[in-house]
Structures are given as structure tokens and as C-alpha cells.
Design a protein around this ligand. Sequence first.
Ligand code: NAD
Length: 437
Amino acid sequence: MRVVMIGTGYVGLVSGACFADFGHEVICIDKDAGKIAALEKGVMPIYEPGLDVLVETNVRAGRLAFATDPADAIKGADVVFLAVGTPTRRGDGHADLTYVYAAAEEVGRLIEGYTVIVTKSTVPVGTGDEVEEIIRRVAPEADFDVASNPEFLREGAAIRDFKIPDRVVVGAETERAFAALRELYRPLFLNETPIVAVNRRTAELTKYAANAFLATKIAFINEIADLCDVVGANVQQVAKGIGLDKRIGSKFLHAGPGYGGSCFPKDTLALSRTAHQVASPVTIVDSVIAANDRRKERMAELIVRAAGGSVAGKTVAVLGLTFKPNTDDMREAPSLVVVPALINAGAAVQAFDPEGMDEARKHIEGVTYAENVQGALKGADLAVILTEWDQFRALDLTAMAGELKERLLVDLRNIYTRAEAERAGLTYVSIGRPAMD
Ligand code: NAD
């Protein structure tokens, strides 16, 4: 099939490259000329494990190409995906659909012959109806359907998630649109991926419900972690104890500094706004949003407390800045709240992140960026682990204790045990594991 991806960001590029790998002919469009020029030279605009090889293989096979101008590509397309951003709208928390509407209008003017336009972007329930209206307005004679196919991939494991998904959700209003999407995803039938075929509004809402549920799990275990700290229980063991119950499941039960990233914060907020708008509030999601916002601020307070009540004049080594490992994505990362709070409290911050520092420099001022872990630790008083990159999991804690003036490690990801840290001569503070391993 001939597929066009409008928007070549995390989702558009990964999905486009994977569809090409399935054997489809894919053209990824982006209005960011720099991004397209880089891709044409084989340079990835984002860090995602395995993506460079996947892109190169499919470009070489002639199945994947890039362009800034969608005109030629869309004329011959069977399926056009809208994979543009839907950030939080300034001021009111709703999803900003400016890019989706602009892309829909552009696509509408260009389609020829039967085309299925599919929103892959995360969009509020009912957006498909609006996309359909826009296209109908700009192209009254066009032969098209609008479908919804929300994306569930995770940054850092995006290719695997796309190729071996737990499920594919497809929302459409006509059999013709379902047939096109079934054909597109046919390679996944071979590994028996469940395809959830529903109406368009159901598909749109499913994405928000999924993200809100996952965010709820994280916020829930974080509150249980705080309770553990007070009552002398171990949150990792509680998480294991509940996670083995199949009705609960063990994933997304890691206590930490609060969720971040490009999806959970904005999607929970957008769901809440939609729900309030139609007077069917989602009070659980509202509490999750508030708890998570508070949590990021409280993490800075926790570090200050661990440092004896003040970090003024102290140097804090911060390991990890991205919202999770294996990505360079800094959007809504806890570090964006924690690091400025430490600086405001008078600390000097020396930070190291394997992939996120270019992005971090644009958002956090007053930080000394180090070239490696050793550079971040050099001359510091205490260290904080903010992101659980693999390379932080096996640090030489004895060397760390030798370097840190206060011999204090605050581990906001619980990747070490108290016993090993104390054996190395460190004072160890983690999340929801008071005085025990
Ligand atoms: P992104 O910001 O990385 O990429 C969006 C791209 O679209 C940008 O490169 C931008 O230049 C381009 N663009 C915008 N308007 C355009 C137009 N009219 N024509 C061509 N290009 C245009 O965004 P992303 O992270 O890929 O997210 C895209 C959507 O997917 C969002 O709705 C997001 O919520 C959803 N989503 C993201 C993830 C994730 O992990 N990032 C996962 C699932 C779903």
C-alpha cells in the first residue's frame, strides 16, 4: 500500500519506518526542512534505539522516502496518517489541535481517488468528526474516509512496541476504511496481534483512557511509597505483592519522582478538560494530575531534607535528566522542576545525561553539564539519580563515596539497595524504602 505520514516526529518516523519494513511504500512528510534534510542524509532527528538501521534499510530498499512537500505523495496515497503534535494548549489545558486541523486541510486539498485519512496523533474524542468536516469543506467531491488509529508505542522501545504491539486499535465508520487498515496491519495478523475494531470515537477515547490509567498506576504507587516511608514498609515489595495479582499486573508500579514525558501529562490534562466540558468529570484523573504535579516539587524538598535541610552553597551531581531512559525527550521531565528548585535553593548543579543534554540546555539554565558520570560527581557534595539509565545501574559506589563530600546518594529511582550503598560508605536515601533493602 502507498502510505503517507504527515509529521515525522517520534510517532510519524517510527510508524513510517515500521510500515515500510512491513513492505508498504511510505513517504514521511515534515514541514521542518532541517529534519527532512537530516533524514535524507541518514541522520536521525531523535534518539531511538534501532531506528537508524531500520530507516537506512528501508530507504535503501526504496520503500521509505522523506519530503517537505506533501503534494506528490498524497496524490497517489491509499492511506494518509496525521501524526502531528497535539500539545497542551496554553492557558486552558485542552489539546491544541491547530496542527491537526492545518494538516487535515492540506491533505484534503491534495487527495485524489479513494483515500483513508487516519489520525495517529492523540486527539480528543470527536476530533475525527471535525477532520472529516474540514476535508469535506475543502474538497466537497473527494472520496475519503476518516479513521482513528491511536498509537501506543513507548519512546525507548518504540520499534518493538510498534511491531509487536499488545493490540492495534482501529476506529472507523465504514467497512471500506476498516478494510484498508486491516490490509495495512496484515503483517501483524501473522503474529496474532489483537485488532480492536471499534467506532471512531471509541478509538479516540481508548487512547486517553489507556494513558490516564497508566498515569494513575504510577501516581498510586508513588503515594503508597510515601506511606511506606512513614510506616516503615518497602514499596518495591508492596508493588511485587500486588503486581503478581493478574488483575493488577506488575508494570507501571515503580515508585519514582513522578511521571513526565510528552504524553501522560498532556493527555491526562486533555482528558480531564474533555470530561469537564461534557459535565462528566473524571475526578480520579484530576487527583492524579494534582498528585503528580505536587510530587515533582516534593522531590526537590526531599533532596534538601536529605542534605540536612539546606543545599545552599552545595554542589549537587544530578545523574539523568530525561523523563525516562533510552530517549532524548525532555518534555515534562521531573528534572525540569527538580533542578531549577535546587538552583533556587542555592545549590550548584552538575548534571550528566547520556542523550538528553542538548535538549536540556534549551530548558534548564544555570547548570554545568558534564561529559560523563565522573565529571558530574567531581567535587560534588551529594548525588541524585533522576533517571534510571542502564549506565547508572552499575556505578562504582565506593568511588562515588570517595568523591562526594557529604557521601550522600539520593536515589529517586530505587535502582540500588541500601545495603550496597552503605557498604560503599554512602548515606542512602531512596523512595518508599525506609531503612531497609
Ligand atoms: P513530535 O513533536 O515529535 O512530531 C510532530 C511532527 O509533526 C514535527 O516534526 C512537526 O514539524 C510535524 N508537523 C506539524 N505540522 C505539520 C504539517 N502540517 N505537515 C508536516 N509536518 C508537520 O510529536 P510526537 O511525539 O511524534 O507525537 C505526535 C502525536 O502522537 C501526538 O499527538 C502524541 O500525543 C502522539 N503520541 C506520541 C507518543 C510518543 O511517545 N511520543 C506515543 C503515542 C502517541
